[in-house]
Design a protein around this ligand. Structure first.
Ligand SMILES: NC(=O)CC[C@H](N)C(=O)O
Length: 367
């Protein structure tokens, strides 16, 4: 087999040599790393990675193949993939393809045989690093910012209706209708809601609250998504209106956008939280959960009005804000991923907490 060398050229001046896995296409993006030991398929198809080159720190990728059931969106959204060893002979009863076949089919520029430990150190030490996957070691990444309009590229353009897959979560209740604002949603969010007995309507990220009102939701979920939350500050007025009218759950980007809508600020983490074993403390119960995470920004605790909001969760490693609860309105938001995938389902109960906030039939509080 002839293996062509490929290069990852970084904004720090470092150049790492590897080999192409699949099609040789040059691409640029923000360099991030994910520490999950499994879940590469979910990571590759999570739209929150749009515009980013993702390094998997676990050294062997592809050993259980790729299946037809664990995609988090219809196709990979990440700009590029960097791995150490690529397994070409997967073993798993559900495996349908190899990682090589997947990156070839969707034309995801991918390098393997990269020293991912050295690369991760560079990102940890430098924080915001941009890179280019290329055949030319003398190339340089030109862009130093993820496209401010990236959410528009991953959001649905018209609404999608998904029916409940089971009886309502709580006995005696009618099926609830949840509208999911799509900033780049993961399919696990809709599958969790439908498994808990909700009908879900997925709407474009910029859907006007008047259109939402016509859908007569019982509650609203604001999804995860890519990019810098402050690039979406123009949506703040709508988001504030939504949270004032309907019980709301914000997940990751959705959490950040609610904070911005209430006058809060977001800031960049030194090198992000991306993995499936991030400990989060529920400050209301004192319990610690292991969570799935994928974010580069956090809500600045000092920017939140504590008269209006309570910090419900913090990250045990760096004490950053992981969850907010409104003191008077049925609004809760989390920075981590209760839908998991990849990672543990310890915080699945967040969906139940949200569903418990939805009014029973005949007692909708909105006009
Ligand atoms: N998964 C997400 O929703 C990520 C939110 C945002 N793009 C961040 O990096 O912080």
């Amino acid at each position: 087999m002839i293996e062509t060398p490929g290069y990852l050229v970084l904004s720090t001046g470092d150049v790492l040599e590897g080999k192409w896995l699949g099609t040789e296409i040059a691409v640029e993006g923000e360099l991030v790393f994910n520490t999950a030991m499994t879940g590469y398929q979910e990571v590759m198809t999570d739209p929150s990675y749009a515009g980013q080159i993702v390094t998997m720190t676990y050294p062997l990728i592809g050993n259980y193949g790729v299946n037809d059931i664990d995609h988090e969106s219809i196709k990979p959204a990440l700009a590029g993939l960097i791995i150490s060893s690529a397994c070409r002979t997967p073993e798993h009863y559900q495996a349908k393809y190899t990682v090589k076949e997947m990156v070839e089919q969707y034309k995801v520029p991918t390098l393997y045989d990269i020293d991912t430990r050295a690369l991760t150190r560079i990102v940890r030490e430098n924080g915001e690093v941009y890179g280019k996957i290329t055949t030319q070691p003398e190339d340089e990444p030109e862009n130093r910012k993820v496209d401010p309009e990236i959410v528009k590229q991953v959001s649905v353009s018209s609404l999608i209706e998904i029916s409940a897959k089971s009886m309502p979560a709580f006995s005696g209740q009618k099926t609830k209708h949840v509208v999911l604002y799509d900033y780049g949603y993961k399919h696990s969010i809709t599958s969790t809601l439908t498994e808990l007995g909700c009908n879900v309507t997925v709407v474009p990220y910029d859907t006007d609250p008047a259109v939402l009102h016509n859908l007569q939701p019982d509650g609203v979920v604001l999804s995860n998504g890519p990019g810098d939350p402050e690039d979406l500050a123009g949506l703040s007025k709508n988001i504030k209106q939504i949270t004032e009218s309907y019980p709301t759950l914000g997940i990751c980007l959705g959490h950040q956008l609610v904070a911005l809508a209430y006058g809060g600020k977001t800031e960049r983490l030194p090198y992000g939280h991306r993995g499936s074993n991030h400990p989060v403390k529920d400050l209301l119960t004192g319990k610690v959960f292991i969570t799935s995470q994928n974010h580069g920004y956090v809500v600045d605790e000092n920017s939140i009005s504590l008269a209006e909001w309570e910090v419900s969760h913090i990250n045990v490693n760096d004490r950053s804000v992981e969850g907010l609860i409104h003191r008077h309105k049925p609004v809760l938001t989390v920075q981590f991923h209760p839908e998991a995938h990849p990672g543990p389902v310890d915080t699945y109960s967040i969906f139940r907490e949200f569903l418990q906030m939805l009014p029973s039939k005949g007692e909708k509080q909105h006009a």
